[in-house]
Design a protein. Structure first.
Length: 147
């Protein structure tokens, strides 16, 4: 089949395409202004390093796809079906300026306790003993917030 796609249809495996994000023209100035505002508030309010956090989040996809499809060789745009359908959760990682690493937060979609693992699930007790907090979220007009 691969040979037929290549030889007869002149197709080859191609990566799906999308537009790239662009930085604002004055991004360096915006970064400097942000830094100066933060430095002034930290000094003026005498905020301790333990309260200055840096956080980042990433999406974890359960079954990642390679976003590949078959298309004619030389194609500039390649449409891939199902690329927006994903089953994933978000992980939030935080560290304080004093070096304290906060526990990771895994954020799943769910409005009721039914979205949580059952107490009878394998290793559920280990999860609780390790200090994991399971909390369902409540949908609000402004987005999701914790109950």
């Amino acid at each position: 089949m691969r040979k037929r796609l290549h030889d007869v249809l002149h197709w080859s495996p191609r990566k799906g395409t999308q537009a790239a994000q662009k930085k604002p023209m004055n991004w360096e100035e915006q970064c400097e202004q942000s830094f100066l505002r933060k430095a002034w508030v930290i000094k003026d309010e005498d905020i301790p390093a333990a309260l200055l956090m840096n956080s980042d989040q990433t999406q974890v996809v359960y079954v990642p796809g390679d976003k590949m499809s078959w298309a004619e060789m030389g194609s500039k745009q390649v449409a891939v079906l199902g690329i927006k359908e994903k089953h994933a959760f978000t992980v939030l990682i935080s560290i304080a300026s004093d070096g304290t690493v906060l526990p990771m937060q895994a954020i799943y979609t769910g409005k009721t306790s039914r979205s949580q693992p059952a107490a009878t699930s394998p290793h559920y007790a280990d999860l609780i003993v390790a200090g994991f907090l399971l909390q369902e979220s409540e949908q609000q007009h402004t987005g999701q917030i914790l109950k």
